[in-house]
Design a protein around this ligand. Structure first.
Ligand code: GAP
Length: 485
């Protein structure tokens, strides 16, 4: 069992072992922005590669692109992000904390229900559901908060600002003069880079509907509530795939991709009991979606979205066709028909995935009266796959250890370590999630015949003596046969 009741242990381990650091830490840090250290960057890269392999190489009708972060400002008008990518926020003047106005009301309704005040709760819920129909959305929300004297969750004060729309996009300037027209945005999702390249891919990659375009890259959102480590960041990385399908086949494709994506999370070694799917209620769908579901993971902060699957219909292509004046439809040669494809989107956050892998792998165990912290992650994702140790600093042992390091490094990520007791070296690698440790000792180099070494397995700490020539094969088999416990 994982022993995680909060994110604190993961945050500490991530910093202590060089997985993840707060950005600009020496200056006091930058809120909701993080840097990946030597182990973190390897882990993140391995997860990204596993996703890329799954989404592109395992499908002959999915190709990749790498679009720029900056895009023409019209993109965001067409996509609806300028008009619709807003959260209604309200500030508590006493604590200076900012809250989502609708969430404050929802929490209040929940509290009423807990106190068996169902009639009152239903009346407020009805008003909340019809917000925007009386005056504006912000005014209607504000009115509910005022009428019910809803207090700030943390300070308990009833001292609110007005409700204001807060756009989540970061804006910056292009060129040396900063006029309104030079304003560009840092993309809040990578998906739009795929939509605006749909025609280029269609014209160059000889693909036919159904086909997909995959991309990984940075996205930026000026998140208001951003206090959960790399779960909610202001700069993060997305891995998205847009699957272009014939209208009418979209519902079946949506079901298929939801299932396929859930299976992938299990395939990379996340325990089944910590994963579930959660469809979005119709009235909570994003502006572009006809259907949507989260793949959720049981983080220490509760069940939360790690990936979203959306049926975006022809919304984006139709919008871009209208705003750009370019035709973005598809001609089906075989059936001699023309249509605008529907899009099924799979969208996962790489940082949330990395956090999920760390949380799911984290274990504290008691070994001979001592505490062992170990990351039991899929060996294929581990930042270091093989630790190589000479038992002590003697030429004979060091030479063979270096030779093994050279032999294995083309296929596996390896680390040579000769400092500290062997027990300490094992513990260091346990905390880094290293699945195999090889120790070169005198028994192995001085006995007759071929040199042998011990290989120690991270998960159960068992050890085998193995001829040096068989090491790569033993590690390969250990990787293939790995299952989460
Ligand atoms: N293109 C669709 C889209 O962007 P989303 O549900 O807003 O949909 C998709 O985001 C995924 O991106 C989420 O499931 C999550 O993993 C990740 N994500 C979104 N906002 C994030 C943030 N502020 N920090 C880290 N990851 C985030």
């Amino acid at each position: 069992m994982s022993n995680l009741d909060s994110l604190d242990k993961i945050v500490s381990l991530a910093k202590a072992r060089g997985f993840i650091f707060q950005s600009s830490e020496i200056y006091g840090g930058l809120s909701a922005v993080y840097d990946y250290g030597p182990l973190g960057v390897e882990l993140k890269r391995n997860i990204r590669d596993a996703w890329w392999k799954e989404m592109t190489r395992r499908h002959d009708n999915i190709v990749g692109i790498d679009a720029a972060i900056f895009m023409h400002p019209k993109v965001w008008e067409a996509s609806g992000h300028i008009g619709g990518f807003n959260d209604p926020m309200i500030d508590d003047k006493q604590s200076k904390k900012r809250y989502r106005a609708d969430m404050i009301i929802e929490q209040y309704i929940e509290k009423l229900r807990k106190d068996d005040k169902h009639e009152e709760a239903n009346a407020i819920q009805e008003k909340l559901d019809s917000c925007g129909s009386r005056k504006s959305l912000t005014e209607d929300l504000y009115e509910i908060i005022m009428e019910n004297e809803i207090r700030a969750p943390e300070s308990g004060a009833f001292d609110w600002t007005e409700v204001r729309q807060f756009n989540l996009m970061f804006k910056t300037q292009f060129g040396s003069t900063s006029t309104e027209e030079d304003g560009v945005y840092l993309r809040p999702e990578t998906a739009q880079g795929i939509f605006v390249n749909y025609k280029n891919v269609l014209d160059t990659a000889r693909v036919q509907v159904p086909f997909g375009i995959a991309q990984t890259g940075k996205a930026f959102r000026n998140e208001v509530v951003a206090r959960q480590f790399v779960f909610r960041m202001r700069e993060f990385e997305q891995m998205e795939m847009q699957y272009f399908v014939k209208p009418g086949t979209d519902e079946a494709e949506y079901d298929k991709w939801l299932e396929k994506r859930l299976e992938w999370h299990k395939m990379i070694g996340i325990r089944e009991e910590n994963l579930r799917t959660a469809p979005h209620p119709e009235d909570k769908l994003a502006h572009y979606a006809r259907a949507a579901a989260d793949i959720q993971y049981k983080y220490p902060i509760g069940w939360q979205e790690v990936e979203g699957i959306h049926n975006r219909t022809d919304f984006d292509l139709t919008q871009h066709a209208e705003f750009s004046g370019k035709k973005l439809d598809y001609f089906d040669q075989k059936n001699q028909e023309r249509f605008v494809p529907y899009v099924i989107e799979t969208s996962v956050g790489l940082d949330r995935l990395t956090l999920m892998v760390l949380c799911d792998a984290y274990r504290e165990e008691e070994v001979d009266g001592d505490k062992r912290t170990v990351l039991k992650m899929n060996p294929k994702l581990a930042p270091t796959q093989v630790g190589i140790f000479p038992l002590i600093k003697k030429d004979k042992l060091q030479d063979l250890a270096h030779k093994i390091e050279e032999d294995l490094r083309e296929e596996f990520s390896v680390l040579y370590d000769e400092s500290g007791s062997i027990g300490k070296r094992y513990r260091r690698q346990d905390e880094a999630g290293t699945p195999f440790c090889i120790t070169v000792d005198f028994d192995g180099v001085e006995s007759e015949g071929e040199d042998t070494v011990t290989i120690r397995y991270r998960d159960d700490m068992s050890q085998d003596r193995v001829p040096v020539s068989k090491l790569a094969e033993v590690i390969r088999n250990g990787m293939k046969g790995w299952k989460p416990e």
